[in-house]
Design a protein around this ligand. Structure first.
Ligand SMILES: NC(=O)c1ccc[n+]([C@@H]2O[C@H](COP(=O)([O-])OP(=O)(O)OC[C@H]3O[C@@H](n4cnc5c(N)ncnc54)[C@H](O)[C@@H]3O)[C@@H](O)[C@H]2O)c1
Length: 270
């Protein structure tokens, strides 16, 4: 069901890799709500065939940009403003990658070149995106910037590896930049802390199947899906949430505030 919540709004959506991606679902929902946007992803990560399909479906253009490159981001922002015909109202940062996870390095045996690269892509990139937008004065007043995160930033999930530290940094950047963006440009900045979701990035985490079913059984409302995350993001891009900023917003079916559930208890009771 669409409500025209984003009619007349323009933005950039990072991170749509395939149809499972949270950014993919968000692009589809933003389109349904009347928003216009540019799609972007890292040139090397981009699955051109797939993202083209999304671009055609949503009437969008694609501008490749590596989120670790200031030059790419500068070009992305200036081109997007030109293509869309004005300053931006929303930006989704849906980017994450740990080289240590990919290469199977345990948290107690990190390769720091890998750690550095993963942090650059997953965490510092959020600052870089916002600094690019801020310096170019590319956001409209009452615009909204959202990044995706996971609860391992607050509580330990051993197999989440160095992504836990990257997410803690990302959430801190949202608060810090949210202050300056709020004061100087009336733009809000938030992170959504999403349930485990079966995507390429999600499934890279060791033991993901156990992890996702545990979270589902611990959450009174069950895990939030990628589509539900897209819906929530639409509300944060809309004018209905103008004074929500510098927050880490849990979108997890109640998981973060549940000590134990009956389903999990039953598992331990004979
Ligand atoms: N899947 C989950 O369980 C889950 C849970 C909570 C939060 N998140 C977060 O959601 C976000 C989106 O991930 P997803 O689950 O949709 O997986 P995904 O694999 O579909 O998306 C990750 C995206 O990051 C992009 N990316 C990687 N390196 C990049 C670079 N250098 N520059 C630009 N883009 C780059 C990838 O190309 C990909 O599109 C991530 O921040 C992830 O950590 C995921």
């Amino acid at each position: 069901m669409a409500y025209d919540l984003l009619k007349g709004k323009r933005g950039i959506i990072f991170g749509a890799l395939d149809s499972n991606s949270i950014a993919w679902k968000t692009a589809e929902r933003v389109h349904e709500e009347g928003g216009k946007f540019v799609l972007t992803n890292a040139p090397i990560a981009m699955r051109m065939g797939q993202i083209k399909e999304l671009a055609e479906k949503t009437g969008s253009e694609i501008i490749p940009a590596d989120a670790t490159s200031e030059e790419d981001l500068g070009n992305l922002v200036s081109e997007s403003v030109k293509i869309l015909g004005g300053k931006l109202d929303f930006v989704l940062h849906s980017i994450g990658m740990s080289v240590n996870v990919r290469k199977g390095r345990a948290y107690t045996d990190q390769n720091y070149d890998f750690s550095h690269k993963g942090w650059d892509i997953s965490a510092l990139s959020f600052h870089r995106v916002m600094q690019t937008l801020f310096k170019a004065d590319a956001m409209n007043e009452w615009g909204s910037i959202v990044a995706l995160t996971y609860m391992a930033a607050q509580r330990t999930f051993p197999d989440y590896n160095d992504m836990a530290d990257n997410k803690a940094y990302l959430e801190s950047v949202a608060r810090s930049f949210g202050y300056f963006f709020g004061k100087e440009k009336k733009v809000r900045v938030n992170t959504i802390s999403q349930s485990p979701t079966p995507t390429t990035a999600g499934q890279g985490v060791k033991g993901f199947d156990g992890f996702i079913s545990y979270a589902d059984k611990m959450s009174p409302l069950g895990n939030a899906t990628a589509l539900e995350c897209a819906d929530y993001t639409v509300t944060l891009f809309s004018d209905l949430t103008k004074k929500v900023t510098m927050q880490n917003l849990f979108h997890d079916g109640g998981f973060s505030n549940t000590g134990v559930s009956k389903e999990v208890m039953d598992h331990f009771v004979e």
